[in-house]
Design a protein around this ligand. Structure first.
Ligand code: ZN
Ligand code: ZN
Ligand code: ZN
Ligand code: ZN
Length: 518
């Protein structure tokens, strides 16, 4: 294979952020002469064209070897290209990381895909019928209960135009009259009152008023149990809707399984798209879209629910399901287990109908959810890779900061049999679930969106396989091996990232001008 013909000088950018930053601060001296070399190379534009697909990426994957195009029908080899004939003898693939903190460029792509995927489930498109726009749908936020009092910022009435730059005056954090018995300091002598009106950027937000009063064990167990609580909740929504269908006298639908057996299924079912948000206090909560579907003879079809069903039925089912609870298995530190439930619904369980022209539109909801899909634990101030026994002492401390105590709780509880998974997810503060999930029929998939983008890019750059039919007829087989990751030099990172930033800017200006004209 071509891989062993090549000499690759792996050079990894020292920063996780865009290579741009490290290169520009160092200037064009010393080893950053590499930027000068590349920039004065007469083939620099060929190179930029070659790396275009990965240009904005912080840490692209470099591959070498051969790419063959095969006729699907006959198996005949149509063409073969070796990466050694390309600039650098390698091809560059974006890292594809969804997290903004790791790769801003790939996260932007992921966020766009997440938006398309979530929106198609509400408005149709991308292979989803447009009729879904007529299905009852709600936007709902499932919050976690309290594990201790934390500093908060609550704005009763926003006057700002843009929530991202909100500077509105907040309510006092925890106001109590001096005569109120709950206004007394706790047993550790910490105040239980905070009169501050916290700014959005205040690092105290999400921090407990008293670290020693806070229930760390319960919070990490809750984070870990959140996916199971969601599973039970979605099951409860489904059952409630089925019960409602029986109440309305709607007959079941007969479907045939792959083996040809007939089975009777209730005539409605919900589908979901949801994201997890890690709040500042380091507890997960879910934002979900719940759409009501009908059931067809064809199990894969997405059809409207039967007429008597309306958005009120969906709101009732979701509100009922939010009261689901369960108790975890026992732990030596807590033989009765932990009771897992959503936050107190009396404090405002948030379920709102989505409509094309109302306050909550499909575009708004999809944009809101897609934004969370590129985040992880950043809001908590803790970011690390998976932790093990060798590094745990650097992060866990039972007398330390809020995140250190959470990690300590994961590690300590996870030392017990049947609870090791808490150690595995200690770096996620106990949460082991996915940040974006959807039920199978809710919408299209990330894979389909990614493939569509590849086809579009080939069309745009005038590559061979320009049209979809060509794509269907042929098969591209990559006999590629991993050559390294990251840009080869800081200079390459600088050039590629700058070119990508400029292209993005041009694209955005063009889009704004187009919008203005339209
Ligand atoms: Zn990337
Ligand atoms: Zn406060
Ligand atoms: Zn505001
Ligand atoms: Zn205390």
């Amino acid at each position: 294979m071509a891989a062993d013909v090549m000499t690759v000088v792996p050079y990894q950018c020292s920063t996780a952020g865009p290579g741009l930053r490290s290169a520009s601060s160092a200037g064009f001296v010393g080893r950053d002469e590499s930027a000068f070399h590349r920039a004065t190379d007469p083939n620099v534009f060929d190179w930029l064209d070659h790396v275009k697909a990965a240009a904005g990426c912080s840490h692209p994957i470099r591959l070498s070897g051969e790419v063959a195009t095969v006729d699907r029908a006959t198996g005949q080899l149509l063409s073969a290209a070796r990466t050694e004939d390309e600039p650098d003898g390698e091809i560059y693939k974006p890292c594809g990381n969804r997290r903004h903190a790791v790769c801003p460029s790939c996260a932007r792509t992921y966020q766009r895909d997440a938006y398309q995927l979530l929106r198609a489930g509400l408005a149709g498109g991308k292979g989803i019928p447009a009729s879904v726009a007529g299905h009852p749908a709600v936007f709902v936020t499932f919050t976690a209960p309290s594990f201790g009092t934390v500093h908060t910022r609550v704005v009763n009435r926003h006057t700002c135009g843009n929530r991202r730059r909100c500077g509105c005056r907040a309510e006092p954090c925890h106001a109590r009259r001096a005569t109120d018995p709950t206004a007394q300091p706790c047993e550790h002598g910490q105040p239980s009152v905070c009169w501050a009106r916290h700014e959005e950027s205040d690092p105290r937000l999400g921090q407990p008023l008293c670290l020693d009063c806070y229930n760390y064990d319960a919070q990490v167990v809750w984070n870990h149990s959140a996916p199971e609580l969601w599973r039970r909740t979605s099951e409860a929504i489904r059952k409630r809707l089925h019960a409602r269908a029986r109440q309305l006298g709607l007959p079941p639908v007969v479907q045939f399984t792959a083996s040809g057996r007939a089975r009777r299924v209730p005539p409605v079912k919900p589908s979901f798209g949801k994201v997890a948000e890690m709040q500042r206090r380091a507890v997960v909560h879910y934002h979900a879209i719940v759409r009501l579907d009908g059931v067809d003879l064809d199990p894969n079809a997405v059809v409207s629910p039967p007429a008597p069903f309306g958005v009120d039925d969906l709101v009732a089912a979701v509100t009922h399901a939010a009261t689901v609870t369960f108790t975890t298995r026992p732990h030596p530190a807590r033989p009765q287990g932990w009771r897992i439930a959503w936050g107190d619904p009396a404090k405002g369980f948030d379920v709102r109908p989505i409509s094309a022209d109302g306050e909550i539109t499909d575009g708004k909801v999809a944009g809101y959810l897609a934004k969370y899909a590129t985040k992880s634990t950043e809001a908590t101030g803790h970011v690390s890779r998976r932790l093990d026994g060798e590094v745990i002492d650097l992060y866990a401390n039972e007398h330390g900061s809020h995140p250190e105590r959470l990690i300590d709780a994961c590690w300590t509880l996870g030392g017990s049999r049947d609870w090791q998974h808490l150690r595995r997810w200690a770096h996620m503060l106990g949460f082991g679930g996915h940040f974006l999930t959807k039920s199978r029929r809710y919408s299209t998939t990330f894979r389909i969106l990614r493939n569509a983008r590849v086809v579009w890019r080939r069309t745009e750059t005038g590559h061979e396989y320009a049209d979809q039919t060509e794509e269907e007829r042929t098969l591209i087989v990559g006999l590629l091996t991993y050559a390294g990751s990251g840009w080869r030099t800081t200079g390459d990172a600088l050039l590629a990232n700058t070119a990508a930033a400029m292209a993005r800017e041009r694209h955005e200006v063009a889009r704004e001008e187009f919008a203005a004209v339209a």
